[in-house]
Design a protein around this ligand. Structure first.
Ligand SMILES: [Cu+2]
Length: 149
């Protein structure tokens, strides 16, 4: 429990150092450290990553995401089968009270397709996370250079 708190505080500290994190006032959901890698030239798709924490007393269910800057946004999961990396859609993701979930390279990600225009390092891409109860949680994903690790 303490460890989880420390981890969350570390995440929040990280978010204050330049990566915006937005906590909706009327929910106990916190999104932190949202980012995505600049797509290679000519590619209009990108995967966004973030950490989502449920500090409330009730479980929530993430059912999707959207962005005004992409034609379609889907929750995806990468997995390796027989040495081949594949992605599959996540239709919903349960987040228990006090739980958190990470979207990170090689695992869950938020897939943006049909980007409205090319992205450059330092740009921010607005994301909205959609929950089964109608809650919408906004985040701004920072674009990092293609070559950055
Ligand atoms: Cu994907």
């Amino acid at each position: 429990m303490m460890q989880r708190m420390h981890r969350l505080i570390a995440l929040l500290a990280l978010c204050c150092l330049g990566v915006p994190g937005i906590a909706a006032a009327d929910t106990n959901l916190i999104v932190a450290g949202a980012w995505l890698r600049q797509p290679p030239p000519g590619v209009d798709a990108a995967a966004a990553y973030l950490t989502l924490a449920n500090e409330g007393r009730a479980a929530v269910r993430l059912t999707g995401a959207s962005s005004p800057m992409a034609r379609s946004v889907t929750l995806h999961e990468s997995m390796e089968t027989g040495g081949v990396s594949r992605m599959r859609p996540i239709t919903s993701l349960n987040l228990p009270a006090g739980g958190h979930v990470e979207f990170k390279p090689g695992g869950r990600h938020i897939m943006l397709q049909g980007l409205a225009h090319p992205l450059h390092p330092g740009d921010h891409v607005p994301l909205v996370l959609l929950f089964a109860d109608g809650t919408r949680l906004s985040a701004m994903a920072l674009v990092v250079a293609l070559t950055a690790n």
